[in-house]
Ligand binder design. Structure first.
Ligand SMILES: Nc1nc2c(ncn2[C@@H]2O[C@H](COP(=O)(O)OP(=O)(O)OP(=O)(O)O)[C@@H](O)[C@H]2O)c(=O)[nH]1
Length: 723
C-alpha cells in the first residue's frame, strides 16, 4: 500500500471522529440550554415566598437533573442560565458563584463515589454556608446575627430541597435523556436504597416543616402586630385620658375663677389646683388682654413679675387667642415655654368670665416628661407620640429623640417581615404599629425585629434538628432494610462462588419472590455446571491418556528403526552410552562392532529396493536372534550399516557371537518371490579389555577403521582388535 493512501485513510478516520465529537458536543450544549431555560424560567418567575421577603428558588432542580442525566458541561450551561434568572429576580450576583460552585463540587464528589444528596450536604457545610455568610455580612451588611443564621439555614435547606426534588423527579424522565454515568463506579445496592429512602423522608419533611415554620412565622408576626396595636391603642387611650383629665381640671379651674373676683383668692385657688394636679408644670391666669396676672409655682412667677410687663403678655399665644375666640377650652400643640419656664410643653387653657364677659384665660402647662409615667412599655417596646404638626411630644428614652424635634419618618421594608411596617430611628430598624388619638396625635409603638427573627430562627433550628434525627433514623432503618434485601442475594452468590451447593431449602425469612427465583436458577445453573465440569474432566483424562500413549509411541519411534524394528542410531546411542561408561568404570570387556552388508548396491540395483529392504529386515531379525542378552545391543546406524555392542562376557565369547552372526548371514538366504538372495557381511570389531582409557566416540572410530580393513581385504570377514 502506498504512503498517500494510508495517510488518506487516517485523515478520513480523523474527520469521522471529529464529526462524532462535534455532534456529541452540540447535543450536550443543546441539553444544557434546554435544562437551563427551565431553570431560568422557574427562578425568574416562581420564587416561592416562605418568610417575609425570603423565598425558595427551585430552578436548580433542573441543573441537578442536567448534571445527573448529561454530565458536567451541560450542567454548567444550565447553572449559568439558572443563576441569570435568579440574578434578574433578586439582583443578587453572588448567587452565581454559589450555584456554580455547588454544581462543580457536587460533580467532583459524585465522581469520587459520594451519593448526590450527601455530596450536596457536604458542599453546603464546607463551602456553601461560609460563602453565603461572607456575602450577606460583607456585601449586604446584614448585622442581625439571628437573621444571618436564618438566611444561611434557608439557603442550605433550599439546596437540599432542590437536590431531593431532582432525585424524586429523575425516575419519571425518559431514560433516553441519559447520556452516561458520571460516577466512576456503580453505587452499592444498599447505598441506592438508603438514598431513595432518605429522599422520600427528607423531601416531604422539609416541605412540611417549611410550610409549618412559615405559618408559625406569620402567626408570630400577627401576634406581634396585635401586641403593638394594643399597646399603641392603650398608650393613646392613657394619653387621651391624661389630657382630658387635665383639660377637665382647667375647665373646672376656669369655672371656679369665674366665680372669684378677688386676686388673693385666685392665687390660692391656682396654688390649690397646681398641688392637686402634679402633671402641670406651671399654671397661670391672664386678664382679658393676655397679661399674666397670676402664676404658679410662685418663685417662677415672682421672677416674671420682676421683668418688664411686656414679658408677661401672652396675647399672641394660641392658648390665649383660641379660648378667647371660641369660648372653649383649648389644647395646644407642643411648644417651647417662654419666660415662665423653658420646657417643651402642651398648654391647656380655658376662658373665664365675669358676668358673662370674657375676663381672661386660665392655663396649665402639661409637663411632658410626665408621659414617661404612662410609658410602661419596658425594654422590648418603645413609644413615640407625635403631634399633628409632626413634632415629637414624647419618645421612650431608649430611642434618644428629643421632644419638639420634627419626626422625619423613614418607612422601609424589612426582608424578614411581610405584614408589619418598619421604620428606621437613629439608624436602627424597628417594626411598628400606630394609632391616632382623638386630638390628632399619632402614637407609634416600636419593636426591635429580633423577637420575630428569633422565633423564625428557632423554628429553623428545630427543623434542622428534626431533619438530622430523621436522617439518622432513616440511615439506621434503611441500612438494616438494605442489608435484609441484599443479604440473601450475597449468601447465594457466596455459595455459588465457593462452588458449594446452593441450598435447596427455601430461605423463607428475609427472602423474597425474586430472590427465591434466583436461588432456583442458581441451583439449575450449578447442576449444569457440575455436569459439564465432570464431562470435561472425563474428556480431559481420556485425552491425556491418548496423548501419553502417542508420546510414548513417538518416543519409541524416535529411537527405533522402522524397517528392522531394532534401535536406530539415536536409540542405540541413548541405550549404550551409559552401559558403555559403566562397563569401562567396572573394567568389564566391551566389544563394539560395525557391520556392513557387502555389495548391497548390486542387490538393490538388480532386484529392486523392496528386495533390498527385505534383506535389511532379515539382517535385523538375525541380529536379534544372535545377540539375545540384556547386555547385547544391536542397532541400524543408517543404510546397510549396523552396530553391535556387547558389554558382558569375555572377548572370546564376543568374537564367537560375531562370527556366528557372520556365518548365519553367509549361510542363510532371503526369499524374494522366486528368488533366493544370498548375502555376506563385513565386520570391524574392537574390544576394550586391558586399557580402559577410551571414549565412546573413540571405540566407534576404531571399529569403523577395522570395518574398512575387512572391506578392503576381501569382505565377508571379521577384522578384530583389542587392547
Ligand atoms: N533397499 C534399501 N537399500 C538401501 C537402504 N539404505 C541404503 N541402501 C542402499 O545400499 C547401497 C549401499 O551401497 P554402497 O555404499 O555402494 O555399498 P555396497 O554396494 O554394499 O558395497 P560395499 O559396501 O563396498 O560392499 C546403496 O545402493 C543404497 O541405495 C535401505 O534402507 N533399503
Amino acid at each position: 500500500m502506498r504512503w498517500d493512501s494510508i495517510s488518506n485513510i487516517v485523515q478520513w478516520g480523523a474527520q469521522d471522529l471529529n464529526y462524532y465529537q462535534k455532534d456529541y458536543l452540540k447535543k450536550q450544549v443543546v441539553y444544557g440550554v434546554l435544562f437551563g431555560i427551565f431553570a431560568f424560567l422557574i427562578n425568574f418567575n416562581f420564587i416561592i415566598p416562605i418568610y417575609g421577603h425570603l423565598g425558595l428558588h427551585m430552578g436548580e432542580v433542573f441543573v441537578f437533573l442536567c448534571l445527573i442525566f448529561r454530565g458536567l458541561v451541560p450542567a454548567i450551561i444550565a447553572t449559568l442560565l439558572s443563576s441569570l434568572g435568579l440574578f434578574l429576580a433578586t439582583e443578587n450576583p453572588s448567587l452565581l458563584i454559589t450555584t456554580l460552585l455547588q454544581t462543580l463540587v457536587v460533580y467532583f464528589l459524585i465522581r469520587r463515589g459520594f451519593l448526590i444528596l450527601i455530596a450536596d450536604i457536604i458542599y453546603w457545610l464546607i463551602l456553601g454556608l461560609p460563602i453565603t455568610y461572607v456575602v450577606i455580612t460583607y456585601f449586604y451588611q446584614v448585622t442581625s446575627t439571628d437573621f444571618t443564621q436564618v438566611i444561611l439555614i434557608k439557603q442550605a435547606i433550599n439546596g437540599v430541597l432542590n437536590i431531593s426534588l431532582a432525585l424524586l423527579v429523575q425516575p419519571f424522565l425518559p431514560s433516553r435523556l441519559y447520556s452516561s454515568n458520571i460516577a466512576n463506579k456503580l453505587p452499592k445496592l444498599s447505598s441506592r436504597i438508603f438514598e431513595l429512602s432518605l429522599i422520600c423522608i427528607v423531601f416531604p419533611t422539609l416541605l412540611i416543616t417549611l410550610i409549618l415554620s412559615d405559618s408559625n412565622a406569620q402567626q408570630s408576626e400577627k401576634e406581634l402586630e396585635e401586641i403593638l396595636r394594643i399597646r399603641a391603642a392603650h398608650f393613646a387611650e392613657l394619653s387621651s385620658g391624661y389630657l382630658s383629665y387635665h383639660k377637665k381640671a382647667i375647665e373646672n379651674l376656669s369655672e371656679v375663677i369665674s366665680e372669684l373676683q378677688d386676686e388673693p383668692d385666685q392665687e390660692a385657688t391656682l396654688n390649690h389646683w397646681n398641688s392637686n394636679y402634679s402633671g402641670f408644670l406651671t399654671m397661670l391666669i391672664t386678664d382679658e388682654k393676655g397679661l399674666v396676672i397670676e402664676g404658679v409655682p410662685e418663685e417662677r412667677f415672682e421672677k416674671l413679675l420682676a421683668l418688664p410687663e411686656l414679658s408677661r403678655l401672652v396675647s399672641d399665644r394660641d392658648y390665649f387667642v383660641k379660648p378667647k375666640e371660641t369660648n372653649q377650652s383649648f389644647i395646644s400643640e407642643v411648644f417651647l415655654g417662654r419666660g415662665f419656664g423653658n420646657d417643651p410643653i402642651i398648654a391647656i387653657s380655658a376662658p373665664y368670665y365675669s358676668g358673662g364677659v370674657f375676663k381672661g384665660v386660665v392655663e396649665g402647662s402639661l409637663n411632658l416628661p410626665n408621659f414617661s409615667d404612662i410609658d410602661a412599655t419596658g425594654n422590648a417596646y418603645s413609644v413615640i407620640v407625635v403631634d399633628k404638626s409632626g413634632k415629637v411630644i414624647y419618645s421612650s428614652p431608649a430611642l434618644n429623640i428629643k421632644a419638639l424635634t420634627v419626626f422625619a419618618q423613614q418607612d422601609m421594608t424589612l426582608a424578614y417581615s411581610s405584614n408589619l411596617p418598619a421604620i428606621e430611628v437613629n439608624e436602627r430598624e424597628y417594626l411598628y404599629k400606630q394609632v391616632t388619638t382623638d386630638n390628632g396625635w399619632v402614637v407609634k409603638v416600636l419593636s426591635k425585629p429580633n423577637t420575630l427573627i428569633t422565633a423564625y430562627k428557632n423554628n429553623f433550628y428545630k427543623l434542622i434538628l428534626t431533619l438530622i434525627i430523621i436522617s439518622i433514623l432513616a440511615l439506621s432503618v434503611t441500612r438494616r432494610f438494605a442489608k435484609q434485601i441484599t443479604r440473601p442475594l450475597e449468601r447465594l452468590v457466596r455459595y455459588f462462588e465457593a462452588q458449594r451447593p446452593v441450598p435447596t431449602r427455601a430461605m423463607k425469612y428475609l427472602s423474597s419472590e425474586e430472590v427465591e427465583s434466583i436461588r432456583l436458577q442458581l441451583i439449575n445453573a450449578q447442576s449444569l455446571m457440575i455436569d459439564y465440569q465432570e464431562k470435561l474432566k472425563d474428556e480431559v483424562d481420556e485425552k491425556t491418556k491418548e496423548l501419553k500413549k502417542t508420546n510414548e509411541k513417538l518416543e519409541l519411534l524416535s529411537r527405533q528403526d522402522q524397517l528392522t524394528n531394532i534401535f536406530n542410531r539415536r536409540g542405540f546411542e541413548l541405550a549404550t552410552q551409559k552401559v558403555f561408561k559403566l562397563a569401562i568404570r567396572n573394567h568389564n570387556p566391551v566389544t563394539f562392532a560395525v557391520l556392513d552388508v557387502d555389495n548391497f548396491k548390486t542387490i538393490n540395483d538388480s532386484l529392486g529396493h523392496t528386495a533390498g529392504d527385505k534383506c535389511l529386515e532379515y539382517i535385523g531379525e538375525t541380529l536379534k536372534d544372535v545377540f539375545k542378552r540384556d547386555t547385547d545391543f544391536v542397532g541400524r546406524y543408517g543404510g546397510e550399516e549396523f552396530v553391535v555392542m556387547l558389554a558382558e562376557g569375555s572377548e572370546a565369547n564376543h568374537l564367537h557371537l560375531l562370527e556366528l552372526f557372520r556365518a548365519t548371514i553367509e549361510n542363510g538366504s532371503v526369499c524374494y518371490g522366486k528368488q533366493s538372495i544370498k548375502m555376506t557381511i563385513s565386520i570391524g570389531a574392537y574390544t576394550v579389555r586391558d586399557d580402559f582409557n577410551i571414549s565412546y566416540e573413540g571405540i566407534i572410530k576404531k571399529s569403523d577403521e577395522l570395518l574398512y580393513v575387512s572391506k578392503s581385504s576381501g569382505k565377508n570377514k571379521i577384522t578384530h582388535k583389542s587392547q
